[in-house]
Write a protein that binds this ligand. Sequence first.
Ligand code: ATP
Length: 295
Amino acid sequence: MTQTRESRAKLNLFLHVTGRRPDGFHELISLMTKITLADELVFSFQGKGIQVTCDHPGVPEDDSNLAYRAANRFFSACHQKKIAVPVAGVAIHIHKNIPVGGGLGGGSSNAATVLEVLNTRCGDLFSLEQLLEMGRHLGADVPFFLFGGPALARGIGEKLTRIQNLKPRHVVLCDPGIHVSTAEVFGRHDFCLTSQGKYTIKSASNVLPRGQPVDIGSCMHNDLEAAAFGLYPEIRSTRDEMAHLLQRPVAMSGSGGSLFALFSHEKDAKQGYERLCKHLAGGGKHFFLTALLNG
Ligand code: ATP
Protein backbone atom coordinates (compact mmCIF):
# COMPACT_ATOMS: atom_id res chain seq x y z
CA MET A 1 0.00 0.00 0.00
CA THR A 2 1.32 3.46 -0.89
CA GLN A 3 0.58 6.90 0.46
CA THR A 4 1.35 10.17 -1.33
CA ARG A 5 2.04 13.45 0.46
CA GLU A 6 2.98 16.94 -0.68
CA SER A 7 6.10 18.46 0.86
CA ARG A 8 6.01 22.25 0.50
CA ALA A 9 8.78 24.76 -0.13
CA LYS A 10 9.31 27.85 2.06
CA LEU A 11 10.25 31.47 1.50
CA ASN A 12 12.10 33.78 3.86
CA LEU A 13 10.07 36.96 3.35
CA PHE A 14 12.69 38.75 5.37
CA LEU A 15 15.92 37.48 6.89
CA HIS A 16 18.13 39.54 9.19
CA VAL A 17 21.35 38.04 10.52
CA THR A 18 21.67 39.25 14.10
CA GLY A 19 24.87 37.62 15.34
CA ARG A 20 27.07 34.55 15.57
CA ARG A 21 27.06 32.05 18.42
CA PRO A 22 30.29 30.72 19.94
CA ASP A 23 29.65 27.37 18.17
CA GLY A 24 29.75 29.17 14.80
CA PHE A 25 26.01 29.03 14.04
CA HIS A 26 24.47 32.30 12.89
CA GLU A 27 21.57 33.83 14.75
CA LEU A 28 18.82 35.35 12.68
CA ILE A 29 15.36 36.75 12.69
CA SER A 30 13.29 35.69 9.74
CA LEU A 31 9.69 35.65 8.61
CA MET A 32 9.09 32.25 7.02
CA THR A 33 6.08 30.97 5.18
CA LYS A 34 5.26 27.89 3.14
CA ILE A 35 4.29 28.30 -0.51
CA THR A 36 2.20 26.11 -2.80
CA LEU A 37 5.26 24.78 -4.70
CA ALA A 38 5.82 21.23 -3.42
CA ASP A 39 7.69 17.96 -3.89
CA GLU A 40 5.63 14.77 -3.97
CA LEU A 41 6.64 12.02 -1.56
CA VAL A 42 5.34 8.49 -2.15
CA PHE A 43 5.54 6.19 0.87
CA SER A 44 5.39 2.42 0.72
CA PHE A 45 5.37 0.41 3.93
CA GLN A 46 6.27 -3.01 2.59
CA GLY A 47 9.57 -4.68 3.41
CA LYS A 48 12.20 -3.86 6.03
CA GLY A 49 14.63 -0.99 6.53
CA ILE A 50 14.68 2.44 4.92
CA GLN A 51 14.99 3.05 1.20
CA VAL A 52 14.99 6.45 -0.52
CA THR A 53 14.86 7.15 -4.25
CA CYS A 54 14.63 10.50 -6.01
CA ASP A 55 14.12 11.54 -9.63
CA HIS A 56 16.57 14.48 -9.30
CA PRO A 57 20.24 13.70 -10.03
CA GLY A 58 21.48 16.28 -7.47
CA VAL A 59 19.78 14.58 -4.55
CA PRO A 60 21.54 11.68 -2.80
CA GLU A 61 19.67 8.39 -2.38
CA ASP A 62 21.88 7.10 0.44
CA ASP A 63 21.76 7.68 4.20
CA SER A 64 22.72 11.36 3.73
CA ASN A 65 19.32 12.14 2.23
CA LEU A 66 17.34 14.18 4.74
CA ALA A 67 14.25 12.00 4.21
CA TYR A 68 16.37 8.94 5.05
CA ARG A 69 17.87 10.66 8.10
CA ALA A 70 14.39 11.65 9.32
CA ALA A 71 13.07 8.08 9.02
CA ASN A 72 16.20 6.75 10.74
CA ARG A 73 15.81 9.24 13.60
CA PHE A 74 12.13 8.33 13.98
CA PHE A 75 12.81 4.57 14.17
CA SER A 76 15.73 5.15 16.60
CA ALA A 77 13.43 7.15 18.88
CA CYS A 78 10.91 4.27 18.80
CA HIS A 79 13.71 1.84 19.58
CA GLN A 80 14.92 3.97 22.51
CA LYS A 81 11.40 4.04 23.91
CA LYS A 82 11.29 0.24 23.44
CA ILE A 83 8.10 0.62 21.43
CA ALA A 84 7.17 -2.05 18.91
CA VAL A 85 5.95 -0.04 15.93
CA PRO A 86 3.50 -1.33 13.33
CA VAL A 87 5.98 -0.40 10.58
CA ALA A 88 8.95 -2.67 9.77
CA GLY A 89 10.32 -0.46 7.05
CA VAL A 90 9.58 2.33 4.62
CA ALA A 91 10.42 3.07 1.01
CA ILE A 92 10.18 6.76 0.08
CA HIS A 93 10.23 8.03 -3.48
CA ILE A 94 10.83 11.79 -3.85
CA HIS A 95 9.47 13.48 -6.95
CA LYS A 96 11.41 16.79 -6.87
CA ASN A 97 9.71 19.98 -7.97
CA ILE A 98 11.47 22.28 -5.49
CA PRO A 99 14.79 23.57 -6.87
CA VAL A 100 17.68 21.86 -5.04
CA GLY A 101 20.09 24.08 -3.09
CA GLY A 102 17.89 27.07 -3.83
CA GLY A 103 17.14 28.41 -0.35
CA LEU A 104 13.61 26.99 -0.52
CA GLY A 105 14.16 24.34 2.16
CA GLY A 106 13.31 21.31 0.01
CA GLY A 107 15.40 18.82 1.99
CA SER A 108 14.17 20.10 5.36
CA SER A 109 10.59 19.99 4.14
CA ASN A 110 11.03 16.36 3.03
CA ALA A 111 12.44 15.49 6.47
CA ALA A 112 9.47 17.10 8.24
CA THR A 113 6.99 15.31 5.98
CA VAL A 114 8.64 11.95 6.72
CA LEU A 115 8.44 12.55 10.49
CA GLU A 116 4.75 13.51 10.21
CA VAL A 117 3.78 10.58 7.99
CA LEU A 118 5.61 7.98 10.12
CA ASN A 119 4.15 9.43 13.30
CA THR A 120 0.60 9.28 11.93
CA ARG A 121 1.23 5.75 10.65
CA CYS A 122 2.31 4.75 14.17
CA GLY A 123 -0.81 6.16 15.83
CA ASP A 124 0.64 9.56 16.86
CA LEU A 125 3.29 8.00 19.09
CA PHE A 126 5.10 11.30 19.56
CA SER A 127 3.78 14.74 20.49
CA LEU A 128 4.46 17.76 18.27
CA GLU A 129 7.06 18.91 20.82
CA GLN A 130 8.88 15.55 20.51
CA LEU A 131 8.78 15.75 16.71
CA LEU A 132 10.13 19.32 16.86
CA GLU A 133 13.02 18.05 18.99
CA MET A 134 13.79 15.33 16.41
CA GLY A 135 13.56 17.99 13.69
CA ARG A 136 16.08 20.27 15.44
CA HIS A 137 18.70 17.52 15.12
CA LEU A 138 18.05 17.13 11.40
CA GLY A 139 18.32 20.76 10.30
CA ALA A 140 17.59 24.33 11.37
CA ASP A 141 14.56 24.66 9.06
CA VAL A 142 12.91 21.31 9.90
CA PRO A 143 11.04 22.62 13.00
CA PHE A 144 9.49 25.37 10.87
CA PHE A 145 8.02 22.80 8.46
CA LEU A 146 6.55 20.82 11.37
CA PHE A 147 5.21 23.94 13.08
CA GLY A 148 2.51 24.71 10.52
CA GLY A 149 1.74 28.18 9.21
CA PRO A 150 3.79 31.35 8.77
CA ALA A 151 6.25 31.94 11.60
CA LEU A 152 8.77 34.40 12.91
CA ALA A 153 11.96 32.35 13.41
CA ARG A 154 14.63 33.43 15.87
CA GLY A 155 17.76 31.91 17.37
CA ILE A 156 19.26 29.72 14.65
CA GLY A 157 15.74 29.30 13.29
CA GLU A 158 14.36 27.01 15.98
CA LYS A 159 12.50 29.58 18.13
CA LEU A 160 9.20 29.97 16.33
CA THR A 161 6.27 32.32 16.84
CA ARG A 162 3.13 31.81 14.77
CA ILE A 163 2.19 34.78 12.58
CA GLN A 164 -1.56 34.98 11.98
CA ASN A 165 -2.01 38.16 10.05
CA LEU A 166 -0.15 37.88 6.74
CA LYS A 167 -2.07 39.16 3.75
CA PRO A 168 -2.46 36.54 1.01
CA ARG A 169 0.01 37.07 -1.81
CA HIS A 170 0.76 35.52 -5.19
CA VAL A 171 4.42 34.86 -5.86
CA VAL A 172 6.57 34.88 -8.96
CA LEU A 173 9.60 32.78 -8.16
CA CYS A 174 12.84 32.32 -10.07
CA ASP A 175 15.32 29.50 -9.71
CA PRO A 176 18.46 30.99 -11.29
CA GLY A 177 19.77 27.45 -11.79
CA ILE A 178 22.69 27.84 -9.38
CA HIS A 179 23.25 25.31 -6.63
CA VAL A 180 24.21 27.58 -3.74
CA SER A 181 26.26 26.31 -0.81
CA THR A 182 24.56 27.49 2.37
CA ALA A 183 27.80 27.08 4.36
CA GLU A 184 29.77 29.21 1.89
CA VAL A 185 27.19 32.00 1.93
CA PHE A 186 27.08 32.12 5.74
CA GLY A 187 30.89 31.90 5.80
CA ARG A 188 31.20 34.93 3.57
CA HIS A 189 28.63 37.02 5.42
CA ASP A 190 30.18 40.31 6.51
CA PHE A 191 29.03 41.16 10.03
CA CYS A 192 29.51 44.84 9.27
CA LEU A 193 26.46 44.41 7.01
CA THR A 194 24.43 42.66 9.70
CA SER A 195 21.14 44.40 10.38
CA GLN A 196 21.21 46.89 13.19
CA GLY A 197 18.66 46.42 15.97
CA LYS A 198 16.37 49.18 14.81
CA TYR A 199 15.71 47.43 11.49
CA THR A 200 15.15 43.97 12.89
CA ILE A 201 12.89 45.30 15.61
CA LYS A 202 10.84 47.17 13.01
CA SER A 203 10.44 44.04 10.85
CA ALA A 204 9.58 41.82 13.79
CA SER A 205 7.16 44.20 15.45
CA ASN A 206 5.41 44.70 12.13
CA VAL A 207 4.46 41.06 11.93
CA LEU A 208 4.01 40.03 15.55
CA PRO A 209 0.34 39.45 16.38
CA ARG A 210 -1.50 42.78 16.43
CA GLY A 211 -4.74 41.74 14.85
CA GLN A 212 -4.18 43.78 11.70
CA PRO A 213 -3.33 42.20 8.35
CA VAL A 214 0.30 42.82 7.48
CA ASP A 215 1.44 43.82 4.01
CA ILE A 216 4.82 42.18 3.92
CA GLY A 217 5.96 43.83 0.69
CA SER A 218 7.50 46.72 2.62
CA CYS A 219 9.60 44.38 4.84
CA MET A 220 11.18 42.17 2.14
CA HIS A 221 14.89 41.97 2.93
CA ASN A 222 17.74 39.47 3.08
CA ASP A 223 21.07 40.20 4.80
CA LEU A 224 22.65 37.23 2.98
CA GLU A 225 22.20 38.77 -0.45
CA ALA A 226 25.55 40.59 -0.34
CA ALA A 227 27.43 37.35 0.36
CA ALA A 228 25.46 35.33 -2.21
CA PHE A 229 25.83 38.04 -4.88
CA GLY A 230 29.58 38.17 -4.19
CA LEU A 231 29.91 34.41 -4.71
CA TYR A 232 27.45 34.14 -7.59
CA PRO A 233 27.15 37.46 -9.51
CA GLU A 234 24.49 35.90 -11.79
CA ILE A 235 22.06 35.96 -8.87
CA ARG A 236 22.44 39.74 -8.59
CA SER A 237 22.04 40.30 -12.34
CA THR A 238 18.93 38.07 -12.38
CA ARG A 239 17.52 40.00 -9.41
CA ASP A 240 18.09 43.32 -11.22
CA GLU A 241 16.53 42.07 -14.46
CA MET A 242 13.51 40.69 -12.60
CA ALA A 243 12.98 43.93 -10.66
CA HIS A 244 13.16 45.88 -13.91
CA LEU A 245 10.73 43.63 -15.78
CA LEU A 246 8.29 43.31 -12.87
CA GLN A 247 8.63 46.91 -11.65
CA ARG A 248 8.63 45.85 -7.99
CA PRO A 249 11.04 44.70 -5.27
CA VAL A 250 12.66 41.28 -5.69
CA ALA A 251 14.32 39.50 -2.76
CA MET A 252 16.35 36.32 -2.30
CA SER A 253 15.09 33.44 -0.13
CA GLY A 254 17.33 31.90 2.54
CA SER A 255 20.94 31.56 1.47
CA GLY A 256 19.84 31.78 -2.18
CA GLY A 257 19.76 31.69 -4.96
CA SER A 258 15.95 31.63 -5.49
CA LEU A 259 14.44 35.08 -6.02
CA PHE A 260 10.83 36.16 -5.56
CA ALA A 261 8.39 39.02 -6.03
CA LEU A 262 4.96 39.39 -4.40
CA PHE A 263 1.65 40.35 -6.02
CA SER A 264 -1.80 41.14 -4.60
CA HIS A 265 -3.63 39.96 -7.72
CA GLU A 266 -3.23 36.65 -9.50
CA LYS A 267 -3.74 38.29 -12.90
CA ASP A 268 -0.75 40.62 -12.34
CA ALA A 269 1.40 37.76 -11.06
CA LYS A 270 0.55 35.71 -14.15
CA GLN A 271 1.44 38.60 -16.45
CA GLY A 272 4.73 39.09 -14.60
CA TYR A 273 5.48 35.38 -14.78
CA GLU A 274 4.83 35.33 -18.53
CA ARG A 275 7.04 38.40 -19.03
CA LEU A 276 9.93 36.71 -17.20
CA CYS A 277 9.48 33.45 -19.14
CA LYS A 278 9.58 35.42 -22.39
CA HIS A 279 12.58 37.64 -21.61
CA LEU A 280 14.74 35.73 -19.11
CA ALA A 281 14.16 31.99 -19.62
CA GLY A 282 17.14 29.83 -20.59
CA GLY A 283 20.62 29.47 -19.16
CA GLY A 284 19.30 27.18 -16.41
CA LYS A 285 16.73 29.68 -15.12
CA HIS A 286 13.26 28.43 -14.25
CA PHE A 287 10.19 30.39 -13.21
CA PHE A 288 7.25 29.39 -11.04
CA LEU A 289 3.86 30.93 -10.35
CA THR A 290 3.04 30.11 -6.74
CA ALA A 291 1.42 31.64 -3.64
CA LEU A 292 1.99 32.11 0.09
CA LEU A 293 0.19 29.56 2.27
CA ASN A 294 -1.44 30.83 5.42
CA GLY A 295 -1.89 27.45 7.07
P1 ATP B 1 19.68 24.52 3.05
O1 ATP B 1 19.71 26.02 3.11
O2 ATP B 1 19.10 23.86 4.25
O3 ATP B 1 20.97 23.90 2.57
P2 ATP B 1 18.30 24.58 0.50
O4 ATP B 1 16.86 24.90 0.44
O5 ATP B 1 19.23 25.64 0.01
O6 ATP B 1 18.58 24.16 1.97
P3 ATP B 1 18.01 21.83 -0.35
O7 ATP B 1 17.21 21.73 -1.60
O8 ATP B 1 17.32 21.46 0.91
O9 ATP B 1 18.63 23.29 -0.29
O10 ATP B 1 19.32 20.95 -0.57
C1 ATP B 1 20.51 21.20 0.08
C2 ATP B 1 21.45 20.01 -0.07
O11 ATP B 1 20.93 18.90 0.64
C3 ATP B 1 21.67 19.55 -1.49
O12 ATP B 1 23.06 19.55 -1.72
C4 ATP B 1 21.14 18.15 -1.57
O13 ATP B 1 22.00 17.29 -2.29
C5 ATP B 1 21.07 17.69 -0.11
N1 ATP B 1 19.87 16.87 0.19
C6 ATP B 1 19.79 15.85 1.03
N2 ATP B 1 18.55 15.35 1.10
C7 ATP B 1 17.80 16.09 0.28
C8 ATP B 1 16.41 16.08 -0.06
N3 ATP B 1 15.56 15.17 0.43
N4 ATP B 1 15.98 17.02 -0.91
C9 ATP B 1 16.83 17.96 -1.42
N5 ATP B 1 18.14 18.00 -1.14
C10 ATP B 1 18.63 17.09 -0.28
